[in-house]
Structures are given as C-alpha cells and as structure tokens.
Design a protein around this ligand. Structure first.
Ligand code: COA
Length: 150
C-alpha cells in the first residue's frame, strides 16, 4: 500500500548512510557505508521521503567498467528501505525513479549484484537472474540481476 506523501529526491552520498547503515551494514563501522563510485559526479543518489523523514535510498552508477556489459549501463547499489517501512511500496517507487533516470541517460541495461533475499523484489520489478548464485563474503549469496531498458 503506497503512501501518496512519499517523494523522491536527489541526496548526497553521506545522506544515504542514514539508511544504508541500519539496513545494509548493521553493527559495522559507519565507513563501511562508503561504496566505490559514491563520490563520482556521474553517480546519482536518491532518497525516498515521507515529509522530512528519509525512508529509503538507492544509488545508480553510470557505466561501471567491469567488463560485464558492453552497452551503456547503470549499476544499482545500496538499495535499502528502513525495516519499519519495508513492504509498503517505497522500494518500488525508488526503483521506478531510478529506471526513469537511467532511461533518460540512455542506459540500455540496468543491473545489480542482488542479495538472494531481495531477488524476489527484483523479479517482481521485472529483473532477470543472469548466471549462477555467488557468495559475497560477510553478506552471503547473491545473483547478478538485470533489466533491459531500451
Ligand atoms: C528489498 C527492498 C529494497 C524492497 O523494498 P520494499 O519497500 O520493501 O519493497 P516494496 O514494498 O516496494 O515491494 C514491491 C513489490 O515487491 C515485493 N517484495 C518486496 N520484497 C520482496 C522480497 N524480499 N521477496 C519477494 N517479493 C518482495 C512486494 O511484496 C511488492 O509486491 P507487490 O507490488 O506485488 O505487492 C527492502 O525490502 C530492503 O531494504 N530489504 C533489505 C535490504 C536489501 O536486501 N536490499 C537489497 C540489496 S541488493
């Protein structure tokens, strides 16, 4: 059930830590919230707000050169919604806005290394699993998931 009050706006890399930390890095040093590429001018950080309260965050990196995709692509990182707000439509709103911005930039593909536990969310949003499950130390099993945008 979506709240009509939720709005999404561009935020700083540091502001994402307010949600990344409790959701993605609980109990870890705050510095663990800094992700490679956060500081790049081409990187977009988005926050979902209910009035002035930040509920969810998502970051998109412009064309990371990891050799996986040979077409213009965006990598999603740090997708997180506060646990008290999960399953109320905030993640869908964030991802929809990310996709809209990615299309405007001419990205043909959007992808991420998805935690296995979140893969149902991405499947629900039209993403597909590429290849086999793999293990990320500390964070557990993941899949590469992608969506063709153009
Ligand atoms: C994954 C996450 C970002 C999803 O955000 P959310 O706000 O809870 O998701 P929404 O409420 O917008 O859900 C959208 C749809 O996906 C479904 N969904 C959400 N999480 C799901 C999951 N883990 N498995 C299966 N389906 C899921 C919802 O039921 C909803 O379906 P519907 O539209 O048919 O009703 C959020 O749950 C989260 O932060 N999880 C912990 C951190 C994490 O794993 N982040 C991803 C790292 S790759």
């Amino acid at each position: 059930m979506e709240s009509p009050k939720i709005h999404i706006k561009t935020i700083s890399a540091e502001t994402t830590h307010l949600v990344r930390h409790p959701v993605l890095r609980p109990g870890m040093a705050i510095e663990s919230c800094i992700l490679p590429g956060d500081e790049l001018k081409s990187t977009i950080h988005l926050g979902a707000y209910d009035q002035n309260t930040l509920l969810g965050v998502c970051t998109i990196l412009d064309n990371p050169k990891d050799g996986r995709f040979m077409v213009p692509n965006g990598q999603i990182r740090g997708m997180a919604v506060l646990s008290s707000t999960q399953n109320s439509g905030v993640g869908r709103l964030l991802l929809t806005e990310v996709e809209s911005r990615a299309k405007s930039r001419g990205f043909e593909v959007i992808w991420m290394n998805a935690r296995k536990g979140a893969s149902g969310f991405y499947l629900n949003m039209g993403y597909r699993i590429e290849g086999s499950e793999f293990e990320v130390p500390i964070f557990g099993p993941h899949y590469v998931m992608k969506k063709q945008l153009l």
